[in-house]
Design a binder for this molecule. Structure first.
Ligand code: SF4
Length: 281
């Protein structure tokens, strides 16, 4: 495996679940490279949070966006150059809180990008506030007596919003993560992998997840209703078993496919954009 490492010093806490996501992503990119997808055609996009540092630790093209703005930035990159493979990394606070409307529209448009959500169910970088996926009663910096809100089920929302590839893994399951990342990146359309990533410092859920997760083996991922039923087995709050793997996949036209082709009308994409801008000025 090529290292794909960088000179940046890693500042994650020892034992943080982000390390598993980093290793799984490097592995997936290496496997894809060996199958003909050059690493220089990959762009990683991140926002703000512990997770977002991942773009500093992988030696490929990357773009730091703003908090909650990973997916509009990723969409813009994909539309500007559809030949690129664009992967957005965001945390649960970033994607399901600050940027939830952008995530919904990325799914609705079926833009051909991949969303990897580092879902540790807490704001780790700002030392432990609750997020949209924290369970009822979570005690943290901003809720010392426990939250009074039910968490959202983000994958239910993604399925309802039109996402064409929906999966879940954990930071204690490297092999599954590698497979899901690779499949999500290869999927033509909007793909999302929610990773139950443990924050060892502010919300250590390793034991909780280890007792509850199981990998689906008998699921029909082409069936919308069955996907919804599997997604609803666990609501990010109860003590039910937690299914992992691919919930849903379908083919559908992608957003950027409707934009003018690069060679249409004898003009390059850049020339067309310049012409459109000149006409609009
Ligand atoms: Fe990881 Fe939590 Fe430390 Fe952030 S605070 S690096 S999420 S363990």
């Amino acid at each position: 495996m090529k290292d794909l490492g960088t000179y940046a010093a890693n500042t994650w806490c020892p034992g943080c679940g982000n390390f598993a996501i980093l290793n799984a992503m490097k592995s997936a990119l290496n496997a894809l490279h060996d199958e003909g997808l050059p690493t220089e055609k990959i762009v990683l996009v991140s926002g703000i949070g512990c997770n977002s540092k991942i773009v500093d630790y992988i030696n490929t093209n990357s773009f730091y966006s703003l908090h909650g703005r990973v997916f509009p930035a990723a969409t813009g990159i994909k539309v500007a150059d559809p030949a690129l493979t664009v992967i957005g990394h965001a945390g649960d606070g970033d994607a399901y809180g600050e940027g939830i409307e952008h995530l919904i529209f990325a799914a609705k448009r079926n833009v051909d990008i991949t969303a990897i959500i580092h879902d540790n169910r807490v704001y780790g970088l700002t030392t432990g506030q609750y997020t949209p996926t924290s369970p009822l009663g979570y005690k943290g910096r901003s809720t010392p007596f426990g939250t009074t809100e039910m968490p959202i089920n983000p994958l239910e929302l993604m399925l309802a919003s039109g996402a064409t590839f929906i999966a879940r893994g954990t930071s204690h399951g490297l092999d599954l993560l590698k497979r899901l990342f690779k499949e999500a990146i290869l999927h033509k359309g909007f793909s999302i992998v929610d990773v139950l990533q443990v924050c060892v410092t502010y919300y250590n859920m390793y034991e909780y997840y280890d007792k509850r997760v199981y990998e689906m083996t008998d699921h029909d991922s082409a069936d919308f209703d069955k996907a919804m039923a599997r997604i609803r087995e666990w609501d990010y709050n109860t003590d039910a078993k937690i299914p992992l793997g691919l919930f849903y996949r379908r083919g559908a036209p992608t957003y950027e496919a409707d934009f003018p082709a690069a060679d249409e009308g004898g003009m390059s994409r850049d020339e067309k954009i310049k012409k459109l801008l000149a006409e609009a000025a």
